[in-house]
Design a protein. Sequence first.
Length: 470
Amino acid sequence: MSRLPESFLWGGAIAANQAEGAWQEGGKGPSLMDVATAGSKTEKRHFTPGIQEGVYYPNHDAIDFYHRFEGDLDLFAEMGFRCFRTSIAWTRLFPHGDEDEPNAEGLAFYDRLIDGMVSRGIEPVITISHYEMPLYLVKEYGGWANRKLIDFYLNLCRTIFTRYRGKVRYWMTFNEINSTVLMPEIAGVLDRTRDDFRQRSLQAAHNQYVASARAVLMAHRIDPENKVGCMVLTLPRYPMTAKPEEVQLAEQEMRFNTFAFSDIQARGHYPYYVRAKARREGWKIDIQPGDLEDMAAGPVDFIGFSYYSSSVSTVDKSAEKARGNVLSGEKNPYIPTSEWGWQIDPQGLRYMLNRFYERYEKPCFVVENGLGAVDTIEEDGSINDDYRIAYLREHIKAVKQAVLEDGVDVIGYTPWGCIDLVSAGTGEMSKRYGFVYVDRDDKGEGTLERRRKKSFWWYKHVIETNGEEL
Ligand code: BGP
């Protein structure tokens, strides 16, 4: 093969909670991200117990995608997007999360959004749950640690699989499912001071594996054309040196941070090294009859993953730490970092694509990748984000090498935050990823006006030439 296949899905990605805003409109209930505060470059955000007076919550209005999506889809169509990844805000359809019947206004919104994609020839790629679980389920049920969430989630799945049958073919069950173990608060598992915190996190992850497998089975039953993927966060670890113990350590960290999750979802069972760890540490997971059987019967169809950065592993305890949002690791002296301290390593993407493909031989989908950077508007109104173009160019080259030289089957590439949006990790607007600039700052000021950046024209050309001209 000398060219990417013509069917290659070029596009972009966002998530409902970071873009839609309109947090109380159309019958929507509050979600966990509606109680996430604003952080900063150095300070992570946190969840408040409820909505607090005088606290700024950036996701409440976000970039007002809820009201402006038609214009935004026009911009994506102008760039030639063949697909667009977004999520369904659970609380628009089920404000509490445990209702039997969906909220009609919420459905009407997603009808318009999905029809808007389809009518523009843009293939919808839908994340079913992207960090936006109903706050009610966190408070009343203890989040994903409670098995009841499996059925509530499946009710959401049934609703959207049925409603969008024939319109949506690509689905992902949980965004960055590894965060359930690495940052359990995101799955509604709160209170690190409790002795059972770790236990509840592991249970939450188990419940999600079961929910994911049953969602895959359901999606296939409802429409055999449905393709359902996992979505895992990746951070390759290289050994700092050739010391055998460092090589071993890097592999261990890769396993427990990344591969454990893709192994479970792609192969349909807990891998041997997770079972060994569970025995060693005495995990007590409530596994009900049918759980393991369904996991085995419902592995995912493709491997969706996010990739921003790589890291190193070392036995040297004094080594300098790198930064990241969920995962970080140690600093690699051979690669540069972004303004937010994330290590930039295009070859790491080729490496990850190969690692996944050799493990599962299932199609891979790069559903997040990009550079968070501060943009400046020049006097003439232009935004010359050459740094972003440089980042994406090198990463696309790496994808091409993986496909054309190594033979990996890659479905598509959807850079993160194709339009500027609220950062998941810090709540900032100034950490921008987009081809489209949104006039809004870290305090929520701005007109929300959209503006094409230099990267907009560049990416349009990349898509036009199917990645031949970068
Ligand atoms: C991933 C999340 C996204 C996204 C991205 C960039 O972990 O799936 O929701 O935001 O990271 O991270 P940040 O927004 O913190 O820069």
